[in-house]
Design a protein around this ligand. Structure first.
Ligand code: HAM
Length: 416
């Protein structure tokens, strides 16, 4: 019998939950602090919803199967199509804009590399029904706040931000018509991941000639927003929008963490406008989070038109970053009282004490059988913050000493 989890799937032993809880707690706190509402859905989705345009990596990574009635279903690879479906189902009654968050378990049959598993959790922050850059700002600030709550210093990462609308404007200026843009985005996203010749081959498959391929490629060499603005021209709506967002991020006090980087395109085809990805500044890990504006997804799945923006923030990469920064320990005060007893005769007294402490809001690990003092205190020292050990003398005296295991202080607690 092989006791390991299926390849790419993760077991979380109690010691692994320390890091996972640290991440999830920060995610939840940041999302709630920014006014996002919690939603959720089943990890099983209908395959139809997830079927996508050719060329997207994620399309080939879906875990798909048939249920016993022959329905084609899949484990979700991301939350966004499900969110779009849920919103479309209530589009007539929801009060827009909505700000929703969830922590979604996702499955992708990926080639496993550092930071990539076949199963991961993702914080999703999404705003549906708002087309202004306040939407982009709020989701970005939510993710930055989560990193801060995990203890990650501002200098340890950068959000790289660009815009597909800008790339579209620039491609248009180069004489590359709009019908080629979607394919060009997916190909350009592979820059740095695939050799240039392979990307050019993809662009050629999309219908671009050699000249257009070269021009499209050269765009990704643009090194500043001013340089992009010079090509896009003074009336570029995409440039105006990026500038407005940067000005707003300055007001939030997070502008230093966000930089313009035209090479950020994103690998999912539904993005329409501003797109972004966060990376550690040392360049050791893959993207910490990524997202952008996707104003057409609702209509693509059959809903009414509605602007949307959001991001996905995975637990795997940030977990590695937290480990590298020595921030993977438990946070906050973890209160745990270990209650034990010397002989079976003291079980009821210890149990009563444990029940009372629990009723008073304390966390109590009541030992399941009588133990010698040495064994009890050794076990308590493993996890507990306090220990109370009930012996026959304590029962006779009607009280027991509760020991603070870090300060060694003792207080007397009545047993009755
Ligand atoms: P994504 O870039 O595919 O976007 O994933 C978002 C984040 O999830 C990544 O930056 C990474 O942290 C994590 N992630 C993705 N795949 C894996 C994997 N195989 N192993 C570990 N971590 C992974 C989306 O999924 C979009 N749906 C995000 C979004 C929400 N856009 C708008 N709203």
């Amino acid at each position: 019998m092989d006791f390991s989890a299926p390849r790419g799937m993760r077991d979380f032993y109690p010691e692994d939950m320390v890091l996972r809880n640290r991440i999830f707690d920060a995610w939840r706190a940041a999302a709630v602090a920014s006014g996002f509402e919690h939603y959720d859905a089943c990890v099983v989705e209908s395959l139809d919803l997830l079927k996508r345009k050719a060329g997207e990596e994620v399309e080939n990574q879906v875990y798909a199967f048939q249920d016993k009635s022959g329905r084609d279903i899949a484990l979700r690879a991301e939350m966004t199509p499900t969110l779009a479906r849920m919103v479309a189902a209530r589009q007539g009654s929801l009060q827009f804009p909505i700000k929703w968050f969830c922590i979604a378990q996702c499955f992708r049959y990926e080639r496993m590399t550092k930071g990539r598993k076949r199963e991961h959790y993702q914080l999703n922050l999404d705003i549906v029904g708002e087309d202004g850059v306040s939407g982009e700002a709020e989701v970005l600030v939510g993710a930055i706040d989560a990193l801060r709550r995990m203890g990650v210093p501002d200098g340890a990462y950068r959000v790289r931000l660009s815009s597909r609308a800008l790339l579209s404007e620039l491609l248009e200026k180069l004489g590359i018509p709009e019908k080629f843009h979607a394919g060009a985005f997916i190909a350009l996203d592979k820059k740095g991941k695939l050799p240039r010749e392979e990307i050019e081959a993809i662009l050629r498959d999309e219908g671009l000639d050699d000249e257009a391929c070269r021009k499209a490629f050269d765009l990704t060499e643009i090194s500043s927003l001013d340089e992009a603005a010079a090509i896009a021209g003074p009336d570029s709506p995409a440039i105006a929008r990026i500038r407005e967002l940067f000005a707003l991020l300055k007001v939030y006090g997070v502008a230093d963490q966000v930089v313009f980087d035209i090479s950020v395109v994103r690998g999912l085809s539904y993005y329409t406008g501003i797109v972004f990805e966060a990376f550690d500044t040392k360049g050791e890990f893959r993207a910490i989070f990524g997202g952008g504006r996707y104003d057409n997804l609702l209509t693509t799945i059959g809903g009414k038109p509605m602007p949307a923006v959001g991001l996905g923030f995975g637990d795997v990469v940030v977990g590695e970053l937290l480990k590298a920064l020595g921030l993977d320990g438990p946070t906050g005060d973890r209160d745990l009282v270990c209650v034990g007893y010397m002989q079976p005769e003291q079980r009821d007294a210890a149990t009563r004490l444990a029940a009372r402490l629990r009723a008073a809001g304390r966390n109590v690990d009541l030992r399941l059988h009588a133990q010698k003092a040495k064994a009890f205190f050794a076990a308590a020292a493993q996890r507990a913050t306090h220990a109370a050990y009930v012996g026959p003398d304590d029962v006779a005296a009607g009280s027991v000493r509760m020991k603070n295991l870090s300060t060694r202080e003792e207080t007397s607690v009545p047993l009755a």
